[in-house]
Design a protein around this ligand. Structure first.
Ligand SMILES: CC(C)=CCC/C(C)=C/CC/C(C)=C/COP(=O)(O)OP(=O)(O)O
Length: 365
């Protein structure tokens, strides 16, 4: 047996021995506890890249690589929620992934079915951290049996309110943005509801003028009265603003008001008004994205050394979103790779906050 093989066996035995496992677990808890003391990203996104390369490198099936990828995900979710991250978004299946072999697409769909049900199980990770599952993407592209399984997982975790796991499946940002624009246009093409009648509404004023006019008319001598009386059958009903009798009536308020108000008999159908497109802002579109109402994206991590966004979280990436491309493959990703990223993020946030405080102080002087 070569000495390097001996060494790797000793290392394996050492790292799997109960006292060492216990010590590593204690160290993990200590580090996560320390992370919680600083600012913590509220929304973190992962592009879980490199499962197939990991499988190739270790001479195992591609599907096994994805399974190990899921294990890495479960570990990292625990780290995130324990540290205080509120929203985790994962790129589980891109619309582009449908171009892969049928065998692999089916395997990924089956994995989503099984793993999402597993995650939503009573007593499992999501229940422990109070996290609910949201599926972001094109439902129409997903088969019925998979849809049923994911809907069940969503329903089972819907009562959890402390954190969120967004599973992008099947997703691309361009599709999300297109959907948001389409929904916004639909909203702005719907007539607005007429405003509620308030004491100072036009009809309310007309009713008061009318009541006043009648009492004036009643006090006038008959000779003067006749020329102003409404024609028979047009008796006004001063209690209902929308019902002014039949025919057209001209009201005179000779004392207080010099104006004439033309009041039509039929209840007036107000012409529909539409929201002004000038009021559409970036916030309007944000509210129509799949991530509406969630904190802005603070941190995005892509593993496997590939430096591309692959049409992921394009709208959610703002001026302070940090993007980290790491060399390890996704199944290898764990606290030890995540920790330096989080520490760097905390350091930058502190610097940003110091800068903000400095600028505020200068303004006050
Ligand atoms: C709950 C749930 C649905 C979990 C999903 C689990 C999981 C890890 C999915 C990843 C799927 C995927 C397409 C990874 C990309 O690696 P790749 O296949 O592109 O690998 P490569 O870059 O080496 O080719």
């Amino acid at each position: 047996m070569s000495s390097s093989l001996h060494l790797s066996q000793i290392r394996k035995w050492f790292s799997h021995s109960p006292p060492v496992e216990w010590a590593i677990q204690q160290l993990r808890e200590l580090l996560i506890g320390a992370l919680r003391q600083g600012p913590v990203p509220q929304h973190v996104a992962f592009v879980m890249d490199g499962n197939r390369r990991f499988a190739r490198n270790h001479h195992i099936e591609t599907v096994e690589g994805h399974n190990l990828g899921f294990e890495a995900l479960a570990r990292i979710l625990e780290v995130c929620y324990k540290s205080g991250v509120k929203v985790v978004t994962i790129y589980a299946f891109s619309i582009e992934n449908f171009k892969r072999s049928k065998y692999e697409v089916d395997a990924l769909m089956d994995m989503a079915k099984v793993k999402l049900s597993q995650l939503a199980q009573h007593g499992d990770l999501l229940e422990r951290y109070g996290a609910s599952i949201r599926i972001l993407g094109q439902r129409d592209l997903v088969k019925q049996d998979v849809l049923e399984a994911i809907d069940e997982a969503v329903a089972l975790t819907s009562k959890h309110k402390r954190a969120i796991l967004n599973v992008c499946f099947p997703y691309t940002s361009r599709d999300e943005i297109t959907t948001a624009i389409r929904d916004t246009v639909a909203d702005y093409s719907r007539p607005m509801k007429p405003p509620l009648k308030r004491p100072f509404s036009e009809s309310h004023i007309v009713r008061n003028i009318r009541a006043q006019s009648i009492s004036i008319a009643n006090e006038e001598p008959d000779s003067q009265k006749s020329s102003r009386e409404p024609s028979p059958g047009n008796a006004p009903d001063s209690t209902n603003a929308s019902d002014f009798g039949t025919g057209s009536t001209t009201l005179h308020t000779s004392l207080a008001f010099e104006h004439e108000l033309k009041v039509t008999d039929a209840p007036r159908e107000p012409s529909p008004t539409y929201p002004d497109p000038e009021t559409i802002t970036s916030a309007t579109l944000t509210d129509h994205m799949f991530t509406a109402g969630m904190p802005p994206l603070d941190l995005m991590i892509r593993t496997s050394g590939v430096e591309r966004l692959s049409d992921f979280m394009l709208w959610q990436s703002h001026q302070n979103t940090e993007i980290h491309f790491l060399d390890c493959l996704w199944p290898e990703f764990d606290l030890w790779q995540f920790l330096p990223v989080l520490v760097e993020w905390q350091w930058r946030r502190r610097k940003l906050a110091e800068g903000d405080r400095g600028r505020k102080r200068v303004k006050l002087l």
